[in-house]
Design a protein. Structure first.
Lengths: 363, 306
């Protein structure tokens, strides 16, 4: 049984309804102390609603939210020891950077001098000391973003909530900020709850990820687990690229499931609880775990013909028509080793699988 | 800065300049005929000599201004002393207009905030409701205010009926009655600009402030009010300036002791007892004062914006 101090946020059967529309349908999850936790999902999946319920901007229709064992779902936002980095930063335009960052401390009753000292300290942490006297409108997007971060960190919140904070930045800056955020989380030891719709961002930064769609929790786990062992079609499809195939399970034995695809292609993969012989289910095959060869390398290699080659830069994607079956995408890295596995359109090839490339999914 | 820039030929920019002159003509004519010309007439008249039954004699004189500021005795031969009568009337006008503005702000701000925070579809209706009384003539509104406030009126009857007071309050013919009258006359001028400012306000800022431990009143004082300040300043100017020169409310609701600058000016041009140069001089002094106030406000808001 986890102790109160090990669980930062405990959401129990949280429901949010607007009229008859349910934005959240009975969500339960525990976010550990000192964890970088990500709520991931497409827009409208309820991730921001959940974050706003933790912050106190939305009330909970049913259920409860605990912060280190203390129920907080009835407290107004200003009485919750959590702070938020807003999507569009919401910096106070009439205050300079230092005043913005010191605002929370001032409201906590710290003296002006104390608030300024701490604000200066946090600004140093995000490398913005030289901009302390500027107004937010005089800063670039990336700088504003860091002011918003400093402002939320300054009062030393127990949990930091980040609502798609990087979505307004350009790609390069976003990548740099991802690394910086991750470092900041380790340095401060504060629990981060990060909301994003960008699966790559989630995989890069998070200790654990909760994948959500249409108000429901689809899967919760570490990045690797979510990517490599997706539970259902939604997760497999949303996270990364994949080949989704309809297969029929023929037999299950010793933790392995034998399946067939389109009549003639036979495959085996790890069995999944709840999927037995005769089941018609989906299978996910990650394109980078497949490779092509001129001749089959195993009994289970699938035969097909190359339709198209797509140059991506780091990778090369090859689209293969299976004999009498569906299309496959295979990715190989654009390296001398990977290039050896590239075939011109029209060539007969075999599609081979690395171990663990195929995964059965619950619908 | 107009014109075609570096690549636009001289011909093109000349055509442009001609067209611009033509297009601006109506605006210049309107400004000239309706604003500048009357002001110039006022300015000139204030430096002329008065004719006894109204009107002016075309002879330069500083008498009007002299009469406003200095007391030279009944026959005009004593050494000049400061004339406090008119300065006193000015001072009272400022005070009355200031009180009416404060009252408008206290009622108008919450009203505007309320309207701006309604669902978008409802706001137009609320704004319409605020402006409904103003479809009625100002004179009639002011008279009906008198009916509401008088000793036998519904306000006093109501309060006596409820047992809150035993004697009528006797509001009519006091400063308070004038302030209430001015407040009622110009309230929408306070509500509308503040409403426009609050509607543009980014409410995410309020969320951010409450997330940073600010209780409701602190959110209002530290975030909302500074953000909508331009609207508040505009509202205050729009109420204060016409209140300062108003004569209907003081005439109808006030007594002899509530005489305001507007009434003073009005009297100079009414009937045969008037003194046109003096009225013109008082108008010019009022105008100067308002301009100075506006400049202070403008400088203040420019400083805020920087």
């Amino acid at each position: 049984m986890p102790q109160d101090r090990d669980i930062a946020i405990d959401v129990q059967n949280a429901v949010k309804r607007y009229g008859t529309f349910a934005a959240l349908k009975k969500i339960s999850l525990s976010i550990r102390d000192n964890e970088f936790f990500t709520l991931l999902g497409p827009s409208g999946c309820g991730k921001t609603t959940l974050l706003r319920m933790i912050a106190g901007f939305e009330d909970v229709t049913e259920g409860a939210i605990f912060l280190y064992g203390q129920e907080i779902d009835r407290l107004p936002p200003h009485k919750r020891p959590v702070n938020t980095v807003f999507q569009n930063y919401a910096l106070f335009p009439h205050m300079d950077v230092l005043e913005n960052v010191g605002f929370g401390l001032e409201m906590l009753g710290k003296s002006k001098a104390e608030a300024r000292a701490r604000a200066g300290e946090v600004l140093e942490m995000v490398q913005l000391s030289q901009f302390a006297a500027r107004k937010p409108s005089q800063l670039s997007g990336g700088q504003q973003q860091r002011v918003a971060l400093a402002r939320a960190l300054a009062p030393r919140p127990k949990v930091l909530l980040l609502d798609e904070p990087l979505s307004a930045l350009d790609l390069k800056l976003r990548k740099a900020m991802q690394v910086e955020l991750k470092h900041l989380q380790r340095e401060t030891g504060i629990t981060f709850i990060f909301v994003t719709h960008d699966q790559e961002e989630a995989l890069t930064m998070s200790d654990r990820i909760a994948v959500m769609s249409s108000g429901e929790l689809q899967q919760l786990g570490e990045a690797r687990e979510i990517y490599e062992r997706p539970r259902n079609v939604f997760v497999a499809d949303f996270i990364g690229d994949t080949n989704l195939m309809e297969v029929t399970v023929d037999a299950v034995a010793k933790g392995r499931a034998q399946c067939h695809l389109g009549g003639r292609h036979r495959l085996t993969c790890d069995a999944v609880d709840g999927i037995g012989p005769g089941a018609k289910v989906h299978m996910s095959l990650r394109p980078e775990r497949l490779f092509l060869s001129a001749d089959p390398v195993a009994d289970e290699s699938l035969k097909g013909r190359v339709r198209e080659m797509i140059y991506i830069g780091t990778d090369i994607a090859t689209i293969v028509d299976l004999d009498g079956g569906p299309q496959f995408t295979v990715r190989s890295s654009n390296s001398s080793r990977g290039n050896a596995r590239i075939f011109e359109p029209g060539t007969e090839v075999a599609v081979n699988m690395e171990h663990g490339a195929a995964r059965l999914l619950i619908d | 800065m107009a014109g075609g820039g570096a690549t636009g030929g001289a011909v093109q920019s000349e055509t442009y300049r001609e067209a611009r002159t033509l297009l601006l003509l109506p605006a210049w004519v309107t400004l000239g005929l309706l604003t500048l010309a009357p002001l110039m007439i006022m300015l000139v008249y204030s430096f002329l000599t008065k004719e006894f039954r109204g009107g002016v004699i075309w002879e330069f004189s500083l008498d009007a201004y002299d009469q406003f500021f200095f007391d030279r005795g009944l026959f005009g031969d004593e050494p000049p002393k400061i004339e406090w009568t008119y300065i006193g009337i000015f001072w009272r006008s400022i005070w009355q207009a200031g009180a009416a503005t404060t009252l408008s702000l206290l009622i108008g701000f919450p009203t505007a905030y309320f309207i701006a925070t309604r669902p978008e579809g409802q706001r137009a209706l609320w704004v319409f409701l605020v402006t409904i009384p103003y479809w009625v003539n100002l004179l009639i509104r002011t008279v009906s205010m008198k009916f509401l406030l008088r000793d036998e009126g519904p306000l006093n009857d109501g309060l006596i009926g409820l047992g809150i007071i035993s004697e009528p309050l006797g509001i009519v013919n006091t400063n308070l009655a004038v302030q209430l009258g001015l407040f009622y006359s110009y309230l929408p001028f306070m509500v509308l600009p503040i409403y426009a400012a609050v509607e543009r306000y980014n409410f995410a800022l309020s969320e951010a402030a409450s997330d940073l431990y600010a209780p409701r009143w602190a959110v209002m004082r530290r975030i909302v009010i500074p953000s909508v300040k331009p609207g508040i300043i505009a509202g205050c100017i729009l109420v204060f300036v016409p209140s300062l020169g108003s004569f209907l409310a003081p005439d109808l609701l006030g007594g002899a002791k509530t005489f305001m600058i507007g009434s003073l000016i009005e009297e100079q041009f009414k009937g045969n007892a008037g003194n046109w140069p003096f009225g013109a001089a008082a108008s010019m002094i009022l105008l100067t004062m308002v301009l100075i106030l506006l400049m202070i406000f403008a400088r203040q808001s420019r400083k805020e914006a920087a």
